[in-house]
Design a protein. Sequence first.
Length: 380
Amino acid sequence: MKVYFDNAATTALDKEVLEAMMPYLENQYGNPSSIHSFGRETRAGIELARKTISDLLNVSPGEIFFTSGGTEANNTAIKSSISTLNLTHAITTVIEHHAVWHTLKECVRTDNIKLSEVPLKEDGHMDIDILEQLLKDNPRSFVSLMHANNEIGNLLPLGEVGELCKKYDAVFHSDTVQTMAHYRLDLQNVNIQFAACSAHKFHGPKGVGFLYISSDIKIDPLMLGGSQERNMRGGTENLYGIIGMAKAFEIAHRSMEEDTKHITAVKFHMAELLKAKIPNVEFNGDCMGDSLYTILSVSLPPTDNSEMLLFNLDIAGIAASGGSACSSGTDIGSHVLEGIKSDVNRQAIRFSFCKHNTIEEVEYCVNKLAEFVNVPQTLD
Ligand SMILES: Cc1ncc(COP(=O)(O)O)c(C=O)c1O
């Protein structure tokens, strides 16, 4: 049996998405900036994609800027706003994705900004009272807080943070890469200036995403070049990627309620089964509470073969991830698990789900995991 439980890393491309992209891979190849009919045709495709996405987010098409993915969207929001708006103080937490964390660290180095980290509580949620104090002490801060953490799934109260930012005149950016097309986001009615998206997290193509920039903010481009994306992002557009992303966005919204219900059931079934079969199993973060329904971060008791668990799962045909996929394949430990002070002796495995996963897959996986974990310890 082959089981793919690594959907927070990336998802399979939907067949319907591929079908929507095909004409643009085969016949409609005009440069969208060309004024002849070939170009006008592909320009129309791009603008329709923008309209599809902006309608679903309840924003204006002019507030959507296509990028090469979540990393570029986060880089643009952070670097360009800090430099264009002359901001001198930023607020974040240590468990942000590296696309945010490394970018903010770079701004500390090059733009000389001061960076404050909001402490985390034991369940991985940020202490909102300390956030308010930081905002009060440092008016006009740049705030970058992710909507859902990609390793432990903790959710941020986006609306509440947005209101606090408004109260203290802060610029609010959220890395919404794990939540776009997983929740209905009405960005018009949240006080937020920037939100990042990546298509491959919701069955769209890789290498394409967008940045929402609220119309009340004007920043300089990160990528200089041609006048594409209304002078905000030079470079010929990833035409078929954009078409595919809009289709994936539309599909996700079309069946969001039923997919959410199904995936939530898969996640909770897995948690229950793990508790029944593996003594002393725990979960990282707040996965049974304010948590993304696609992620379950499991903390396993130490065994003789802890480091082999992911490898053994892989041999059994099960794909999961230890910590963040972006760092997998390296020996560097997870900065998120470190940030929430999780026990270093326990092995963390992130299982992340999508609409294609089934209860049977969960049962197969938990049985295998129990087999590997419940290996009797050798006595020295
Ligand atoms: C929370 C978060 N932000 C940003 C990214 C980067 O997105 P992309 O792969 O599109 O550059 C990821 C991808 O793993 C992510 O999970």
